[in-house]
Design a protein around this ligand. Structure first.
Ligand SMILES: [Zn+2]
Length: 407
């Protein structure tokens, strides 16, 4: 298959052809023959985008599949222009050792989904690294199931076993969460101080135990200097940011939407939201990762935290490009190159992140000139709602090429 149009890499935007054979890019050049698909000047062609923080809710226990499973999450991903995802381990049957991880892998294989799914393994009290190479997730505060440390000393002790591993941190200090649990609102129960304190701790752990670190869903402006300083010292740490922390802040919360606008970490002040936009632009934040956390509307009305974002991933990207003047090149970095770098150690023989020979023949094509209004009826996530319902984004997904086929 030969695709023609405006290609976007982290370095440049240029018009060229891409030839894909047997699911892999084999050539990129100015004239590779008659194109099978030609995209107009309104379109930008990115390497297939990746969302490295999702909760597909699917595991061998199938206790949460009323709100999502690998099949519906994959459909929502492709709908949002996402060709690979990384799935978090806070399942009822949490993948924390060789046996439970292999069981989740077999369960995923049975689902037979078209997108690449990388599975995180959980770090919980007493766990040890697996024998296969996988990315890890450490929760500091209360989460689903066993993956819960009541003290940071306990987490420190456990992390000592994970020297050299890739560990992603949910940065909320469990002690400070406990201290604020009587406050009136969700935001006040999880104040910025929780994230700042946890950031200090995570950076210490990354240094002390020689981890490759990633901070999840970053949301507090005051924590950014800590991250910049750690990087200046050469610490290998990268950072995610979610669509909700870039789009919403506490000023949008009212009595009618309070439940839907609840997630962890919570929405922050307007100044924090601006700081996240600036930090995504200047390179302090590395990934647009959604923390896609599907819950039914009934669950949301009972105060369950999280928002679904896979369906709207790329529409949101067009908002960053058009409304906030992010360069397409920067978007290629945060939505394709960096997510690819994160998962490539686990996805062999496939490789993601660039439009170049040897990489997966998957492309995300965005149309910046066709606005799209998000409606509930159009969503493919099983939970069936989006915090962006009624929002009109300036562009849309024009096409997704997956392993050399238009889907
Ligand atoms: Zn999450």
């Amino acid at each position: 298959m030969i695709v023609s149009g405006r290609l976007v890499s982290p370095e440049k935007v240029w018009s060229a052809h891409v030839r894909i054979e047997n699911g892999t890019i084999v050539d990129v050049g100015c004239d590779l023959g008659r194109p099978d698909v030609e995209f107009s000047q309104d379109c930008l062609i990115f390497a297939g985008m990746g969302d490295i923080h999702i909760h597909a809710r699917d595991d061998p226990s199938e206790r949460e599949t009323h709100k999502e499973d690998f099949v519906t999450a994959a459909a929502a991903a492709l709908h949002g222009g996402v060709v690979h995802v990384a799935d978090m381990p806070n399942n009822p049957a949490a993948p924390i050792d060789d046996e439970s991880y292999a069981a989740k892998q077999r369960h995923l294989a049975r689902r037979n989904v078209p997108v690449q799914v990388t599975l995180y393994a959980g770090i919980g009290p007493g766990t040890r690294p697996l024998s296969q190479n996988v990315p890890y997730k450490a929760y500091m505060g209360p989460s689903v199931g066993e993956l819960y440390f009541t003290s940071l000393e306990q987490l420190d002790k456990t992390l000592a076993r994970y020297r050299g591993q890739s560990v992603s941190f949910h940065c909320e200090d469990p002690v400070l969460l406990e201290a604020h649990k009587g406050a009136a609102t969700h935001e006040e129960r999880r104040p910025p101080a929780c994230e700042i304190s946890a950031t200090r701790f995570a950076l210490q752990m990354i240094e002390k135990h020689e981890l490759t670190g990633k901070l999840c869903h970053y949301s507090v402006g005051e924590g950014l200097p800590l991250i910049r300083e750690a990087r200046r010292r050469g610490l290998p740490v990268t950072c995610e940011v979610t669509p909700h922390h870039l789009f919403f802040d506490t000023t949008v919360i009212d009595d009618a939407n309070r439940g839907l606008m609840q997630m962890n970490p919570p929405l922050r002040a307007a100044a924090d939201r601006q700081a996240m936009l600036d930090a995504l632009r200047d390179g302090t934040l590395d990934y647009l990762a959604t923390d896609h956390a599907p819950h039914t509307l009934e669950e949301k009305s009972r105060g369950v935290s999280g928002q679904p974002h896979l369906d709207t991933y790329s529409a949101f990207v067009t908002w960053l490009i058009v409304e906030h003047e992010f360069s397409p090149e920067r978007m290629a970095e945060v939505c394709a190159l960096n997510p690819g770098r994160f998962v490539n150690p686990y996805t062999a023989p496939k490789k993601f992140g660039r439009i170049a020979p040897g990489y997966a023949g998957s492309l995300t094509v965005l149309n910046l000139n066709r606005p799209t209004t998000i409606r509930r009826e159009g969503l493919l996530t099983k939970c069936g709602w989006s915090p962006f319902e009624g929002v009109t984004f300036p562009g849309c997904v024009e096409a997704v090429i997956l392993d050399g086929r238009r889907v």
